[in-house]
Design a protein around this ligand. Structure first.
Ligand SMILES: NC(=O)c1ccc[n+]([C@@H]2O[C@H](COP(=O)([O-])OP(=O)(O)OC[C@H]3O[C@@H](n4cnc5c(N)ncnc54)[C@H](OP(=O)(O)O)[C@@H]3O)[C@@H](O)[C@H]2O)c1
Length: 213
C-alpha cells in the first residue's frame, strides 16, 4: 500500500484515482477548492479530497495532474513537498491554438519534468502517461494495438515505484519503456504537439503513442 496524492481534480485524476484505490492504495485528490463540488463528486468513493498542500504533504507518491502552464509555479510554491517523495509528472506544458490544442512547447529545448526536477532537486521526478488519452491510462488494453508507457527519471528507485504503479493500472511490463534520465522526457512531452492533427485526422477516438517492435 502506498499513499498517493493526485494534484488536480480533473480528467486525469478521475481516470487514475479509482483504479489505484481498487489496487489497495490510499488515495487523496488535491484540489484548490476541496470544499467545493469536487467534495461531492468523490464522496463515498474511498478517495479523500484535500487542499493541494495537504494532498502533497501526506503522500509518498505525488501525481501532477494539473495544467502544464501552472504546474511549475504551483509545485514550487508547495512547502509541503519533501525530499525523497516520488513526483509523477503527467502534465503537458504548452501554449494552445484557437481550438484548444497544444501549439508550442512552454519549455523549448527542455521539458516541464526537467524544470520541476531542477526547481525541486530533492523530489524524485518521474515523467509518464502523458502520451495518451486519459481513458487509456488505467485501461491500456482498450486500444486495438498496445500503447507504450514511457518512463523518464533520474532516480532508479523512483522509477521502480512508478513501474509498479503502472502495473496496478493494468500495464504489462513489456508495454512500459524506461527511456532513461529525466532529460528523456523531452520527446514524449513534444508528442502532445501532434494531438490536434491526430484528432482532426482520426476523429475524437482514444489513442496513445506506441513504439512498434
Ligand atoms: N486528459 C488527457 O487525456 C491528458 C493526457 C495526457 C496528459 N494530460 C495532462 O494532464 C494534466 C491534467 O489534464 P486533465 O485533462 O486532467 O485536465 P483538467 O481536466 O483540466 O484538470 C486539471 C485540474 O487541475 C486543477 N487546476 C486547474 N487550474 C489550476 C491552476 N491554475 N493551478 C492549480 N491547479 C489547477 C483543477 O482542479 P481543481 O479545480 O480541483 O483545483 C483541474 O480540474 C494536464 O497537464 C494535461 O496536459 C492530460
Amino acid at each position: 500500500m502506498t499513499t498517493i496524492g493526485i494534484l488536480g481534480s480533473g480528467n486525469v485524476a478521475r481516470a487514475l484515482a479509482g483504479r489505484l484505490r481498487e489496487a489497495g492504495h490510499e488515495m487523496t485528490v488535491g484540489s484548490r477548492d476541496p470544499e467545493g463540488p469536487v467534495a461531492a463528486e468523490w464522496a463515498g468513493t474511498g478517495v479523500r479530497v484535500a487542499g493541494l498542500p495537504e494532498a502533497a504533504g501526506s503522500a509518498e507518491v505525488v501525481v501532477n495532474a494539473m495544467p502544464g502552464w501552472a504546474s511549475l509555479e504551483v509545485l514550487t510554491g508547495l512547502a509541503t513537498l519533501s525530499p525523497g517523495q516520488v513526483l509523477i509528472d503527467i502534465a503537458n506544458a504548452t501554449e494552445f491554438d484557437a481550438n484548444g490544442f497544444a501549439s508550442a512547447p512552454l519549455y523549448p529545448g527542455g521539458s516541464l519534468a526537467e524544470e520541476i526536477q531542477r526547481a525541486l532537486p530533492g523530489v524524485r521526478v518521474v515523467k509518464t502517461l502523458n502520451t495518451m488519452h486519459e481513458s487509456v491510462m488505467a485501461d491500456p488494453g482498450r486500444l486495438a494495438s498496445p500503447p507504450s508507457a514511457f518512463v523518464s527519471g533520474d532516480d532508479t528507485g523512483a522509477k521502480q515505484v512508478v513501474i509498479g504503479l503502472l502495473g496496478d493500472l493494468g500495464w504489462p511490463r513489456d508495454w512500459i519503456i524506461d527511456l532513461g534520465g529525466v532529460r528523456t522526457a523531452r520527446v514524449p512531452e513534444a508528442f502532445v504537439l501532434m494531438v490536434g492533427d491526430l484528432v482532426r485526422a482520426l476523429g475524437p477516438v482514444p489513442f496513445g503513442l506506441s513504439v512498434a517492435r
